[in-house]
Design a protein around this ligand. Structure first.
Ligand SMILES: Nc1nc2c(ncn2[C@@H]2O[C@H](COP(=O)(O)OP(=O)(O)O)[C@@H](O)[C@H]2O)c(=O)[nH]1
Ligand SMILES: [Mg+2]
Length: 310
């Protein structure tokens, strides 16, 4: 089944994508990235069909070895006859338009963008059992992927010595698994050791604070180059699959739903504000705020109340 070149509704595209039509899936993803009505239609069809995939965030500092590791994970999972998709989210990527290459999807986005979350839902609904979501950049975007994923793998390279990059970026707090990459290089054992020590202290701290679920991420050594530790990493990921850890899956689903609702509300508010029907009010507020007759927050509140009233 191939998709007709044009004039397809989001519903038709979604149905074709579900039947395994990769071109249709690519067009759904592009529509989601472009935030079009077609994308919204497709998502209405796909959303209820999602919820089976294991969404795994792979994050860490630039150059840590994420992309290389993701390729190895894909190969290992495919060897087990699993359907795997990779969603690479990079706000600085020069590639636009939800480019899809085989089962690799690139989006010039942040992890917290509704488009990224919608893409994960679409891949899930189209039957990919494992969706690896690679995020690059620093700080914000990397932490945001944790809200999107069921399981978060933080990748840390050894050459940083005792300067643990993931710690600086606040990444250890969101890690379910820490993968020390490039284990073929000297210093990897030391990095793993200092990470384990740090995380033990962190876990004690969490327990003392009576947190709901003290985190004690596993630290694993992997070398994509030597091919060592990849199978063990995949096993560690699989142990956290939603079906095997329903409580964690429930918590992840709630975090995801919360982020999606808040982001969708913000996106709708922005679009409505800038749409024709509210343009005049917005223009008046712009003049008032620019002239210092009103502060921006008061103007925003007034406009938001106007949105809710219709
Ligand atoms: N020695 C060694 N180098 C690696 C390994 N994995 C990745 N690299 C190298 O590290 C660099 C960054 O890798 P990449 O996967 O692009 O990192 P990313 O920015 O985190 O996606 C590249 O030059 C890779 O060849 C590994 O297991 N061992
Ligand atoms: Mg990369």
């Amino acid at each position: 089944v191939t998709s007709r070149p044009d004039a397809e509704t989001g519903q038709e595209l979604a149905e074709a994508a579900r039947r395994g039509d990769r071109r249709a899936l690519g067009r759904v993803l592009t529509a989601l990235e472009d935030r079009t009505e077609t994308g919204r239609q497709a998502l209405r069809v796909l959303s209820p069909l999602a919820g089976r995939a294991h969404l795994v965030g792979i994050t860490g500092p630039p150059g840590a070895g994420k992309s290389t590791l993701v390729s190895e994970l894909v190969a290992a999972a495919r060897a087990g006859a699993r359907e795997v998709a990779v969603l690479a989210i990079d706000p600085s990527s020069p590639i636009t338009g939800g480019a899809i290459l085989g089962d690799r999807v690139r989006m010039q986005r942040h992890a917290s963008d509704p488009a990224s979350m919608d893409a994960a839902v679409a891949l899930d609904a189209c039957g990919f059992a494992l969706v690896l979501i690679e995020t690059v950049g620093t700080g914000q975007g990397e932490v945001a992927v944790a809200a999107l994923a069921d399981t978060t793998v933080v990748v840390e390279a050894p050459e940083m010595g005792d300067e643990v990059q993931a710690l600086k970026a606040g990444l250890l707090e969101v890690a379910d698994i820490v993968a020390v990459s490039k284990a073929d290089r000297p210093g990897a054992d030391m990095t793993a050791g200092s990470l384990r020590a740090m995380l033990t202290v962190g876990a004690q701290h969490d327990a003392a604070a009576n947190g709901p679920r003290p985190r004690r991420p596993e630290v694993l050594l992997v070398s994509a180059q030597a091919g060592t530790g990849v199978a063990e990493l995949l096993e560690a990921i699989d142990r956290r699959a939603p079906a095997r850890d329903p409580d964690a899956a429930q918590a992840a689903a709630f975090a995801r739903a919360r982020a999606r609702i808040v982001e969708a509300a913000a996106e709708r508010a922005r679009a409505t504000l800038e749409s024709g029907s509210h343009r005049a009010q917005l223009e008046r507020a712009i003049r008032a705020v620019a002239a210092h007759e009103e502060d921006a927050d008061t103007a925003a509140m007034r406009l938001l109340e106007g949105l809710l009233d219709g």
